[in-house]
Design a protein around this ligand. Structure first.
Ligand code: IMP
Length: 434
């Protein structure tokens, strides 16, 4: 039962999509277990740039079954659009290829409106969300008034639940402009229609998944966002509304902990972040601009320019501890090819003291200054390289420095955006032998 969890080690956008694309070549099942269409996994398929938001990246391989687990919040409109886009690329989207948990919560149009209202300019509550209604959908789940995929299959049940939901949030809805306030009749009609279209895909996914794990199938769990955005362990409150770390697999997919065999953390060779929140190694200068331009650091979901900075080992060490990484995937190494020197943050300075632990408090983190180790750059292209020993010596030193500081081996290094622009340091990860 080789099951592998792949999660983001930073603030999302680490390049998980293309790594999952690579690792799912040998996977029987690929599962999303948290988040929603706030995620944007970019793949390059036959020179075609493809951004996936809800459907697991394994969908591009014809042999994989993709599962959207109960921990995901599903916007049916966004999902149906994504399904259509994939069909347009001749990818089979049938229940043989895609299943959706009947327990997954549904994002409605009003969740998006509430997300946008909270984010409205000038609001003190502004977090820089993707405005996809993710937070408000998870709020409904925890408030126990959420509506689940199974509810889209029964008109009477859907109406009753919507009425209850509206009663509970009457004060919030009354703050929306009159012409934007949701209408239960319209919503019932529209979401029942979505339910009809999605009905063949909706089922108890725990049955299939647990059976597959017991019978020794290769299962890949695809994380969205990253450890820095985890609602418990991230830079709260500047986080997303789900648990993004490996432990969330059990809750978000209905899988017992004993079925998880290995965890891989994906990190860029530098750091990026979108939205608000502390970011100690952020570079608001030419170097940051250079990273953004070479790395094409613009959001796959919102198109926003990403904030860029050097690699932060304090943040990564914390991410490694709470996830239990067995290996790291270092992505976008090639983006550093044109830097004379490369910096890596090894500690913070706070109130005149050196600290090496990631603080719980965002206010403290925002006052932390990075303490850097400066390494020599390699000033040579690396995109064509497929063997570790062919990497320039200084690039090897950079990778080894990270691995030694964190005490975690590096399993793969990506040197370009295409699926095979990768250096495999340890074949076990691509072959599911662990
Ligand atoms: P939300 O998930 O839309 O509520 O946004 C909360 C925070 O998470 C914001 O800072 C977003 O920019 C960030 N975020 C959400 N999804 C992603 C992602 O896939 N990549 C990077 N940042 C994300």
């Amino acid at each position: 039962m080789p099951s592998l969890v792949v999660v983001g080690a930073q603030w999302g956008d680490e390049g998980k999509g293309r790594i999952i694309d690579l690792l799912s070549k040998r996977a029987d099942i690929v599962v999303r277990f948290q988040g929603g269409c706030n995620a944007g996994h970019t793949l390059i398929v036959d020179d075609h740039r493809l951004a996936l938001h809800l459907i697991p990246a394994g969908i591009v391989h014809t042999h994989t079954l993709c599962i959207i687990g109960n921990g995901v919040v599903v916007d049916p409109q966004a999902l149906l659009e994504e399904m259509e886009r994939l069909r347009g690329l001749q990818i089979d989207i049938s229940p043989k290829r895609l299943l959706i948990s009947d327990r997954a919560h549904v994002t409605f149009t009003y969740h998006r409106l509430l997300d946008a209202a909270r984010e409205a300019t000038g609001s003190k509550l502004r977090l820089g969300t993707t405005q996809r209604g993710i937070g408000p959908t998870y709020v409904d789940k925890v408030e126990r008034v959420g509506i689940r995929m199974t509810d889209l299959l029964d008109g009477e049940r859907l109406r009753k639940k919507l009425e209850l939901n509206f009663e509970q949030k009457a004060h919030l809805l009354s703050r929306l402009p009159k012409d934007e306030r949701p209408n239960i009749d319209e919503l019932c009609e529209r979401y029942l229609e979505y339910g009809k279209m999605l009905a063949p895909f909706i089922c108890d996914t725990t049955l299939i998944l647990n059976e597959a794990l017991r019978s020794g199938k290769n299962v890949l769990f695809e994380g969205a966002q990253g450890a820095g955005l985890d609602v418990d362990f991230g830079t709260f409150p500047f986080v997303t509304s789900s648990n993004t770390i490996a432990g969330a697999v059990c809750i978000g997919a209905g899988v017992p902990p004993k079925f998880i065999n290995a965890v891989i953390g994906v990190t860029k060779a530098y750091t990026t972040r979108v939205g608000s929140g502390p970011f100690p190694t952020e570079l608001n200068d030419e170097t940051g601009e250079k990273l953004r331009e070479i790395g094409m650091e613009y959001g796959a979901t919102t198109g926003r320019p990403r904030r860029c900075g050097w690699l932060d080992l304090v943040q990564l060490r914390f991410a490694a501890r709470i996830n239990g990484f067995d290996a790291l995937v270092l992505t976008k190494l090639d983006v550093l090819d044109q830097f004379e020197e490369v910096k890596v943050c090894i500690a913070y300075e706070y109130n005149g003291q050196k600290i090496s632990e990631f603080p719980a408090c965002s206010e403290v983190l925002s006052e932390c200054r990075p303490v850097y180790e400066t390494l020599k750059g390699w000033m040579q292209p690396t995109r064509h390289i497929r063997n570790y020993r062919d990497l320039p010596k200084n690039a090897q030193r950079f990778a080894e420095f990270i691995s030694q500081e964190l005490g975690i081996p590096i399993g793969l290094i990506s040197v370009g955006p295409k699926c095979d622009d990768v250096i495999v340091l340890d074949e076990r990860w691509v072959n599911y032998r662990f």
